[in-house]
Design a protein around this ligand. Structure first.
Ligand code: NAD
Length: 480
């Protein structure tokens, strides 16, 4: 490999450790080699878990507000390096620079937000049935967390695992996706510049079947906190079963967007288009299927197709003013292309796009695509696409929209566009999802709770409920 390209090292017990086996990382927009990271050896994974274990009690003994100080200092390091980190994220993941910068700044804000929980963590005091007795409910850290990350918001996901883990007194071993590990090791470099006690955060890297599986099946891990696909979530459950390890799983989505005839159509078009274009459609909570009421269907399809067709895409580090970059890899591109082909064979009509983009073989680009005439039974309406493709089905009324939306193995997010309060309230009450967005784009707030039902996961992240996922209760009955 090119001598001048960086070779990253695992970050274990406050020190960097070289690996014998390396994984090369490429830019998905143009195939350029960016650097390499270790396939962390299983003995180093052991060392990382042991270091996290050794550091945990001392870390938990610090006042929570002192732990918060570390998070604030890490946040300010992230902010100081925002532009550089954004370029690294864009290079290895492919999102446009503006979005990468949003991701970095949101990550810093998230670290600060979670730090504020230092003064808000609460237990309970319960009344007892017995005279003179006090019952206390303590919230205690779980111990050692394994944070296993996906590639689509790789930098933010570091903070989504690390910040609530640390503020509640846990230590952590993080494994980034093998597609996007560089930003995580750049984060490790920033950590190493702070006074964070050694062993509190450890970063290993490598493939899921080796390093991910070693973390998930390890008896020294108290919770596996995973974001990624359903298939991997299921494998992690099986690996964790031997030790009955607690799991927090943030898995896939197939978010429905219901557009009723009384909707602000301009708003629906722009929010749903953005939802398919942002991060090239590779977002777990963004609209993956549209149910539009018949009366406005033609108008909606015309407008959304024009908006999708106007989407500018390309290599985000080489071209300006782009709306989206490439898909993450060849497998992602092949999957999207195959799903569109199958949908067309099953009777869907391509209104715009419909093909792999012609970019002289450079990068994994797919055309922004709108498919009309879709039906619920089609694969494209049931499976996660994770690409810039919008399948549309016509519905007669809200009853049909809600029934079709709920008829899905995923249950992460959903949205509805309507000006009618009773329709909006019916959606609140009858959509079986972890989140519903009414008349706005799909993007969660850090003070909310990002969690899915059905195969979209177990547990959730963010806000008060997300913080307490990293604790267990300890009930004490006191008689003096
Ligand atoms: P993935 O499941 O392929 O990989 C995620 C991580 O799991 C990687 O770090 C990988 O190395 C690791 N892994 C793979 N096999 C493993 C195993 N056997 N044991 C332990 N770890 C293993 O997912 P991806 O392709 O990186 O991410 C895309 C998926 O993530 C999509 O389905 C998307 O919907 C989902 N996602 C969900 C959320 C959410 O909040 N619900 C957020 C982002 C992404």
């Amino acid at each position: 490999m090119n001598e001048s390209l960086p070779i990253y090292q695992s970050y274990i017990d406050g020190a960097f450790a070289a690996g014998d086996n390396l994984i090369e990382v490429f830019n998905p927009a143009n195939g350029q080699l960016l650097g390499s990271v270790p396939e962390t050896s299983l003995s180093d994974v052991e060392r990382a878990i042991a270091a996290a274990r050794a550091a945990q009690k001392g870390w938990a003994r610090k006042p929570a507000n002192e732990r918060a100080g570390y998070l604030h200092r890490i946040a300010s390091k992230v902010r100081d390096n925002a532009e550089r980190l954004a370029r690294i994220i864009t290079a290895e993941q492919g999102k446009v620079l503006g979005l990468a910068l949003v991701e970095v700044n949101f990550t810093a804000d998230y670290l600060d937000y979670m730090a504020e929980w230092g003064r808000r963590l609460e237990g309970e005091i319960l009344t007892s049935d017995r005279p003179g007795e006090n019952i206390f409910v303590f919230r205690k850290p779980l111990g050692v967390i394994a944070g296993i990350l996906p590639w689509n918001f790789p930098f933010f996901l570091i903070a989504r695992k690390l910040a609530p883990a640390l503020i509640t007194g846990n230590t952590i071993v993080i494994k980034p996706s093998e597609e996007t590990p560089i930003n995580c090791f750049e984060f490790a470099r920033l950590l190493a510049e702070t006074d964070l006690p050694k062993g509190v955060v450890n970063i290993v890297s490598g493939r899921g079947a080796t390093v991910g599986s070693a973390l998930s099946s390890h008896s020294g891990v108290d919770m596996v906190n995973f974001t990624g696909s359903v298939a991997t979530g299921s494998r992690i459950m099986a690996a964790a079963a031997g030790n009955i390890t607690k799991l927090n799983l943030e898995l896939g989505g197939k978010a429905p967007a219901i557009v009723l005839a009384d909707a602000d159509l301009g708003l629906a078009v722009s929010a749903i288009t953005a939802s398919r274009v942002i991060n090239t459609g590779q977002v777990c909570n963004c609209a993956e299927r549209v149910y539009v009421q018949r009366k406005v269907a033609d108008q909606f399809i015309d407008q959304v197709s024009a908006a999708m067709a106007a989407t500018r895409y390309g290599d985000p580090l080489a071209e300006d003013n782009l709306d989206m970059g490439p898909l993450i890899n060849q497998a992602g591109l092949d999957k999207v292309a195959q799903m569109v082909k199958t949908a067309v064979n099953d009777g869907a009509q391509v209104i715009t796009g419909g093909s792999v983009a012609d970019r002289s073989g450079q990068g994994f680009h797919y055309q922004p695509t709108v498919l009309a005439g879709c039906q619920q039974a089609m694969e494209i309406m049931r499976h996660e696409i994770f690409g810039p493709v919008l399948p549309i089905q016509i519905i007669d009324d809200l009853d049909e929209g809600i029934a079709l939306a709920n008829d899905c193995e995923f249950g992460l997010t959903s949205s509805i566009y309507t000006k009618d309060l009773s329709s909006a309230m019916r959606a609140c009450n009858e959509l079986d999802f972890g989140e519903t967005y009414i008349n706005r784009e799909n993007f969660e707030a850090m003070q909310g709770f990002h969690a899915g039902v059905r195969k979209s996961g177990i547990g959730g992240a963010d806000g008060k409920h997300g913080v307490y996922e990293f604790t267990h209760t300890h009930v004490v009955y006191l008689q003096i």
